[in-house]
Design a protein around this ligand. Sequence first.
Ligand SMILES: Cc1cc2nc3c(=O)[nH]c(=O)nc-3n(C[C@H](O)[C@H](O)[C@H](O)COP(=O)(O)OP(=O)(O)OC[C@H]3O[C@@H](n4cnc5c(N)ncnc54)[C@H](O)[C@@H]3O)c2cc1C
Length: 491
Amino acid sequence: MLLKSEPSAIAAFLEDTSNLKSGWTPGVCFPETLEEIAALLREAHADGRRYTIAGNGTGTTGARIPFGDYVIAMQKLDRIDEVEVLGDDKAMLHVQGGALLQDVQAKAAAAGWFYPPDPTEKTCFIGSTISNNSTGSRSLKYGPTRNYVQALKIALPQGDILKIERGEHFADTEDRFTIDLPIAGRVTFRLPDYTMPKTSKHNAGYWSKPGMDLIDLFIGSEGTLGVILEATLLLRPAPESVIACLAWFQSEEELLDFVGKARTGSGGVSPRALELFDRRAQEFLRQSYPEIAQETAGAIYFEEETTADAEDTCLEAWLDLMEACGSPVEKSWAALDSEGLQKLREFRHQLPVLVNEWLSRQSESKVSTDMALPDERFAELFRLYRDACDREGFTYIIFGHIGNAHLHLNILPRNHEEFVRAKTLYRQLVSDVLAMGGTLSAEHGIGKLKSEYLVQMYGREGIMEMVRVKKAFDPYLTLNVGNMIPKEYFE
Ligand SMILES: Cc1cc2nc3c(=O)[nH]c(=O)nc-3n(C[C@H](O)[C@H](O)[C@H](O)COP(=O)(O)OP(=O)(O)OC[C@H]3O[C@@H](n4cnc5c(N)ncnc54)[C@H](O)[C@@H]3O)c2cc1C
C-alpha cells in the first residue's frame, strides 16, 4: 500500500468543494485491498493515528478534509462486478466503495438496467453517496440512495469487517442493537431518541427509527461509524423512454402553481423530477445560454418516464398543464431523445459550475443552504428564502429539487460585510426551517461546516445520544472525527 506525504501528492486531499481552508495531514494511504483498510484501523490506536476517509472530493461540507488525521483514499478500490439478474424487475450490482457513480450507472445501463440515485455531480464515489445518503432530481420518484442499498461490507473503526444484509438485523423493542465482533467484542447501543423530520429527503445526523434495520444506521453516517468497502446495490428496470422539458414562467406565482399541480399529478402527469431555476439563476445561466429570455421569472425542469406508445399522450398532458399555468409552450425546451436529455442535463449542471467560477473571482465564500421542508410546503420555502434575501439586498440564487421542497439557496457575498450578514441570515433561516418541521440537510450532509447547526436541530441531548452510538463503535475516536458531531462533545 502506498503512503504519500510529499506536498504535491497530498494537496488535493486537503480540499473539497466547500472552500474550507487549513486542512493538513501527515500522509495519504492508498489501500488496494479491503484487508489493508481493516489493518490500518486495527493498528490505529497502537500507532496513535486517526483517519479521515476521502472519496472524490465533490462534497460541499469539508467532510473529507483532514485536520491532522491520516487520510484513507478510496480510489483504488473501484471494482464493479457484472449485473446479477434476479427476475424481470430485480437485479443487483456488487461494487467497491471507490467506484465512480457515473461508472456504476453506465454499467447498469449497458446491461439494460437502471441505478436511480443521481446526484447532479456524477464524479463522486459510490461509497461516499452511501455515507451521505445522496439524492438527486430523480429522488422525487425513487427516493434516496438508502432505498437502493441491499448489503454493505464495512471496516469498523477497531478493524473488524462487518457484513450487513438488509432485513437481517433490526433494533429490539427498546431501540437497542447488540453485535458481537471478533476484535471489538460486544458492541451494544441504543438509537438516539430524537424524532426525525417528516421531509422526503433527510441527511442530518444518525438515522433513527423504532425497529429500524441496522444497515440504515450506516447509510448517511458520513463515515463516522466505518469505511464502506463494498455495497450490493438494487437496480430497477430501465425506463423505456423519458421525456424532459424546461418550462419558462413569467411570474413566480404561476411557476409555483405549476409545481403544486405537477407534484400532485394534475391532468395525469407523473413527474420523476421537478427542478427549479429561479430568475437569478437564469441570469447566471444566460452567460452560457444567451437565448434565455430576459423577461423570464424562472423555469421548471421536469422529467417523466413513459413508453414509446404513450409518449405523445404524456407530452400532451404536460403541455396542457403548462398552458393552464401560463407557461408559453412554444418557448419551452423539450427533449424527447437521449441526446436532448443530455443537453438539458448539461444545462442543469452548468449552474453550479458558473456560480463556482463567479465565486473564484470573489474574496468571499458563498453561504448556501441544503434544507428541506415537508414536500407540500415547497412554496413556503421558496418565499422564505426569496423574501429574506430581497430584504437584505443580497446577490443570490435559488435552485434545485422543488418537488421535494428541497431548495438550494446560494447567497453570493460581494464583500466581507455581506458575508457576515449572510451568515447571520443563515442562522435565522435554520431556526425558521427547523420550526416549520424541516431538516438542516436533505442531501449534502453536515460534515465539518454545519455541525454547530446540528446542535440547533437536535439539542445537546440529541448530540450526546449520537456520541454514545459513535463511541460504541469507535471508542478510541479513530475515524472521521470532527464530522457531523462537534468535536467538543467528545471531551
Ligand atoms: C456541482 C455539485 C453538484 C452536487 N449535486 C448533488 C446532488 O444533486 N445530490 C447530492 O446528494 N449531492 C450533491 N453534491 C454533493 C456531493 O457530490 C455528494 O455529497 C457526494 O456523495 C460526495 O462524493 P465524493 O466521492 O466526492 O465524496 P467526498 O467529498 O470525498 O467525501 C464525502 C464524505 O464521504 C465520506 N466517505 C467517502 N468515502 C467513504 C467510504 N467508502 N465509506 C465511508 N465514508 C466515506 C468522506 O469521509 C466524507 O465524509 C454535489 C456536489 C457538487 C460539487
